[in-house]
Design a protein around this ligand. Structure first.
Ligand SMILES: C[S@@+](CC[C@H](N)C(=O)[O-])C[C@H]1O[C@@H](n2cnc3c(N)ncnc32)[C@H](O)[C@@H]1O
Length: 336
């Protein structure tokens, strides 16, 4: 199924199972997560229209250093990044997993376009809303850019990637999205990505690095409460889409950072004993007072950890681009 939006931009629904993701898979995952002994919800469901808007507000927060750090890396190194991507190649396909609003990627896209680089950009995202906004803004800001947006879940898109492509492919996975996986899932994702690519193809992955724990915790517990609203919005989404009756006032948002594992985990905690009804799932979720729902993992890395991920999944490290404070790294890896 493919929908042509403008002359040079299109969005493609990956397949009918992706189309049904917000309904059947959302329902299945919420049932599983809220029936588990230790309750959890997947952060991939944060991104409905309201969630996309709240994430854009998060990126502007003083406390959320990640966006500024990676933006500065691209701004300062765009020439070197283009050289690493394509010193003497004829052109490339640029795929971006979890592209969001593309705020930082546009620094690179603009530079590549100014250098008359021959490339095609394919942003991939689970959020139809984000993807449509991104392709619409690119149509206005970079009208000559060839863009095809692909709506889908990371692993479903990976399954559809073919390894017999002639043109070089460069895969972006920015914003430390990789930190939202457990280590085991990150390895599985990178393994599958490696198998789908050809020798000479590249990936550039943004990793948030270990730093003063108070800075890290601050990024997930801002004073203005936007991150709390972002997490609570998933309960609102369950109310809206699955007929739930969560009372948001009965939950507080609480992040926790472990400097040894580098995992920053976000929880919503029930402040009272309560039973939540979710009509469409025919489900009652019982909460003890102070029981937690695990919402998100945002892993922080050190360079040994990023190097280990590359080598265990068969990639060769080509370059590391840091911001001035060394709070973030964009690491370029090739397929041998
Ligand atoms: C934290 S935002 C980061 C956006 C962008 N990479 C950046 O650095 O600003 C994560 C993005 O990935 C998308 N996303 C999250 N989980 C996903 C999944 N499992 N499959 C596809 N897209 C996903 C979200 O919709 C969102 O746009």
């Amino acid at each position: 199924m493919s929908k042509l939006l403008q002359d040079n931009t299109e969005t493609i629904e990956l397949n009918s199972s992706v189309h049904s993701l917000p309904d059947q898979e959302f329902a299945r995952d919420v049932t599983r997560g809220l029936s588990a002994n230790r309750k959890y919800l997947s952060s991939k469901y944060f991104y409905d229209e309201k969630g996309d808007e709240l994430f854009q507000q998060i990126m502007e927060l003083d406390e959320y250093y990640l966006t500024r750090s990676e933006y500065s890396i691209f701004d300062k190194n765009k020439e070197r990044i283009l050289e690493t991507f394509c010193a003497d190649c004829k052109g490339f396909n640029l795929l971006e997993f979890g592209a969001g609003d593309g705020y930082k990627t546009k620094v690179l896209l603009r530079h590549f376009a100014e250098q008359n680089t021959n490339f095609h950009y394919s942003p991939i995202d689970i959020s139809a809303n984000s993807l449509e906004q991104l392709t619409n803004t690119l149509e206005i800001e970079l009208p000559k850019l060839k863009v095809s947006g692909l709506r889908g879940e990371y692993f479903q898109v990976l399954e559809g990637l073919k390894s017999n492509q002639e043109e070089r492919r460069i895969v972006l996975f920015l914003g430390s999205n990789i930190g939202n996986f457990t280590k085991q899932i990150a390895i599985q994702f990178l393994d599958q990505l490696h198998s789908a690519l050809n020798p000479g193809d590249l990936v550039m992955i943004g990793f948030d690095l270990k730093k003063d724990p108070s800075k890290i915790l601050g990024a997930y517990s801002d004073k203005s409460g936007v991150t709390s609203a972002f997490n609570l919005n998933l309960l609102s989404r369950i109310n809206r889409e699955l007929g739930g009756n969560f009372n948001l006032n009965n939950f507080i948002h609480s992040p926790y950072y472990d400097p040894v594992s580098g995992e920053c985990r976000s929880y919503l905690i029930s402040t009272i004993e309560q039973t939540v009804h979710i009509d469409d799932l025919n489900m009652q979720a019982h909460f003890k007072a102070w029981e937690a729902i695990h919402m998100e993992i945002s892993t922080k890395f050190d360079l040994d950890g990023t190097d280990e991920l590359a080598t265990t999944t068969g990639f060769k490290i080509e370059a590391n681009f840091f911001d001035d404070k060394k709070w973030f790294v964009d690491s370029v890896w090739s397929v041998k």
